[in-house]
Write a protein that binds this ligand. Structure first.
Ligand SMILES: CC(C)(COP(=O)(O)OP(=O)(O)OC[C@H]1O[C@@H](n2cnc3c(N)ncnc32)[C@H](O)[C@@H]1OP(=O)(O)O)[C@@H](O)C(=O)NCCC(=O)NCCS
Length: 163
């Protein structure tokens, strides 16, 4: 396997990050999520939604982390995005939120996802986080298995209904 280099996101990475976000949230979701859930999450314009998402992250840099994974040739093969927040009512109220995580199909199962998550978790700890939460859709077994491998447990169940 190629040696993988994990780096902080910088603005020139934006087109590659957009490519991976769309591959995850639009294409992979469309291929893997249940039809009725897809209908509820369908966006008017995915590209515009992600442009907006990245603009918002850029405005709140301190509470967000984006990491990019590159192979030896310098090609981007994965990314991870996390954020931090505070819930003052909780004893362990400093939270890390694990937002987006994607590794290209051709390099999955070789430890790239784990490397990305480890770096993100290091940052959560540096930021004083006391817990990390994350979610995915029902049936995304790859994600569920990978989360369990990183030490997560399933902590809740979400319900949706079309009206
Ligand atoms: C989830 C994802 C980012 C993990 O990246 P990855 O590089 O494949 O992960 P790793 O190779 O580091 O594997 C980590 C663990 O995930 C699980 N895993 C990885 N590939 C798997 C597979 N094909 N089948 C079952 N479990 C698998 C294993 O537990 C693995 O640990 P192990 O190899 O020590 O058993 C990647 O599979 C992916 O992009 N999936 C599609 C998008 C997605 O679901 N993203 C998360 C949305 S919340």
């Amino acid at each position: 396997m190629d040696k993988i280099n994990i780096t902080n996101y910088t603005p020139p990475d934006r087109p590659e990050l957009m490519r991976l976000l769309l591959a995850l949230q639009r294409d992979y979701f469309a291929e893997n999520a249940e039809r009725q859930f897809q209908e509820l999450r369908r966006e008017k314009d995915s590209v515009r939604s992600f442009e907006k998402y990245l603009d918002e992250i850029a405005e709140e840099k301190e509470s967000w982390k984006i990491l990019m994974a590159r192979n030896e040739a310098g090609r981007v093969v994965g990314m991870i995005i996390g954020s931090t927040s505070e819930d003052e009512e909780l004893v362990l109220g400093r939270m890390g939120q694990f937002e987006d995580w994607f590794v290209e199909p051709g390099v999955r199962g070789q430890g790239v996802g784990l490397q990305l998550y480890r770096e993100l978790e290091k940052w959560f700890k540096e930021k004083g986080c006391q817990q990390v939460c994350s979610d995915t859709w029902r049936g995304n077994e790859l994600s569920i298995k990978a989360h369990e491998k990183m030490g997560f447990f399933v902590s809740g169940v979400k319900f949706s209904k079309k009206l």
